[in-house]
Ligand binder design. Structure first.
Ligand code: NAD
Length: 284
C-alpha cells in the first residue's frame, strides 16, 4: 500500500461538488481544499458557488472555481465540465450534494386518523405528483446525470471516486416526507448498482448518510424561536439520537476524505451513517 497512515495523498486532485454553494457541501468543499484538492463548486445559485470558491482560494491557497450548473441538465453539466477540464484538469472526484425536499410532497400530519378524511389535503391524499417529480428528479436524477458526465474522466484514467449524499430517511422513512425518503433510498440503491458496474474500472462509488444537522434552513422547525427550547419534532430527533445532540457539517468531512482517499481502497457500494447513532437505535 502506497499510502502511509497520516497522509491522505489527495493533493493536486480535481474534485467537483454539486450543491457546493449549500450548507453541507460548502463545508465538504473546504475540507477537500484543505487537503490540496482543486475544487469546482457547482450550484444552481451561481453567486453562492462563487462566494464559496473565493473563500476557498483565500483560505487554503488552492485553485477553486464557482460555476452555475443545473444537475438536471446534461448540457449545463457538459458546459461546466469543459471549463473545469480547461481550468483545473481532468476530474478525479465527484460529490453529488445537490438535493432537497418540496412542500408539495410533504404531508401536514404525521399519522392519519379516519377523521382526517374531512381534511384530506393534510394527509397522504393531498400529496401532489408534481412534488414527487421535483424531489425524485433533484435527488435521484440529480445524482445520476452528474455521475454520467463527470465519471467519464475517471474511467478513462482508471482512478477516481464518487460520493453521493444520502440521508437517514433512506433506511427508514421519516414521517411526512415520503418523496424525499424514497428518493434518498433510491440513491442508496444506485450507489450499490454503480459501485458494482464500475468495480473493474478503478472508480469507487460510496455514499454518506448524514444524521440530523441543525442548519439555518431547519432551525425554525427544530428550535422554538421564543423559548430557545426544542420543538416537539426537534425533541423527537434528540430523543432518537443516542448521542443526544445534532451533528455539524464539519463532522461529515472525515468520512468524506476517508471515502475519497486510498484509505478506503477496497470499499465500494457502502452508505456510511454519520448520525450519532440514530440509525442504530430502536428508541427503547
Ligand atoms: P442546502 O439547501 O444548503 O444545499 C443544497 C444546494 O443545492 C443549494 O445551494 C442549492 O442551490 C443547490 N441546488 C438545488 N437544486 C440544484 C440543481 N438543480 N442543480 C444544482 N444545484 C442545485 O442543503 P444542505 O442541507 O446543505 O444539503 C445538502 C445535501 O445533504 C442534500 O442532498 C440534502 O438532501 C442532504 N442532507 C441534508 C441534511 C441536513 O440535515 N441538512 C441531512 C441529510 C442529508
Amino acid at each position: 500500500m502506497s499510502t502511509k497512515f497520516g497522509e491522505l495523498n489527495l493533493k493536486g486532485k480535481v474534485g467537483v461538488i454539486t450543491g457546493g454553494g449549500g450548507v453541507i457541501c460548502s463545508t465538504m468543499a473546504k475540507a477537500m481544499a484543505e487537503q490540496g484538492i482543486k475544487t469546482a463548486i457547482l450550484d444552481l445559485n451561481e453567486e453562492a458557488a462563487k462566494v464559496v470558491a473565493d473563500e476557498i482560494e483565500k483560505t487554503y491557497n488552492v485553485t477553486s472555481i464557482g460555476l452555475a450548473a443545473n444537475v438536471l441538465s446534461r448540457e449545463s453539466l457538459e458546459e461546466a465540465k469543459k471549463i473545469i477540464n480547461e481550468k483545473l484538469g481532468k476530474v478525479d472526484f465527484l460529490v453529488n450534494g445537490a438535493g432537497g425536499n418540496a412542500a408539495t410532497a410533504t404531508t401536514k400530519v404525521e399519522q392519519m386518523k379516519p377523521a382526517d378524511l374531512n381534511t384530506p389535503d393534510d394527509t397522504f391524499f393531498g400529496l401532489q405528483l408534481e412534488g414527487f417529480d421535483k424531489v425524485f428528479d433533484l435527488n435521484f436524477k440529480g445524482t445520476l446525470l452528474p455521475s454520467m458526465v463527470f465519471a467519464k474522466d475517471m474511467v478513462a484514467r482508471q482512478t477516481g471516486g464518487i460520493v453521493n449524499i444520502s440521508s437517514m430517511n433512506s433506511y427508514r422513512p421519516l414521517t411526512r416526507i415520503p418523496a424525499y425518503s424514497a428518493a434518498k433510498a433510491a440513491i442508496n440503491n444506485f450507489t450499490q448498482w454503480l459501485a458494482v458496474h464500475f468495480a473493474k474500472t478503478g472508480v469507487r462509488v460510496n455514499s454518506i448518510a448524514p444524521g440530523f444537522l441543525l442548519t439555518n434552513q431547519n432551525r425554525f422547525l427544530l428550535i422554538d424561536e421564543k423559548t430557545g427550547e426544542a420543538t416537539p419534532r426537534g425533541q423527537k430527533i434528540i430523543n432518537g439520537t443516542p448521542m443526544e445532540r445534532y451533528g455539524t457539517p464539519d463532522e461529515l468531512t472525515g468520512t468524506l476524505l476517508y471515502l475519497l482517499s486510498d484509505w478506503s481502497k477496497f470499499i465500494i457500494g457502502i452508505v456510511v451513517p454519520v448520525d450519532g447513532g440514530f440509525s442504530a437505535y430502536s428508541g427503547v
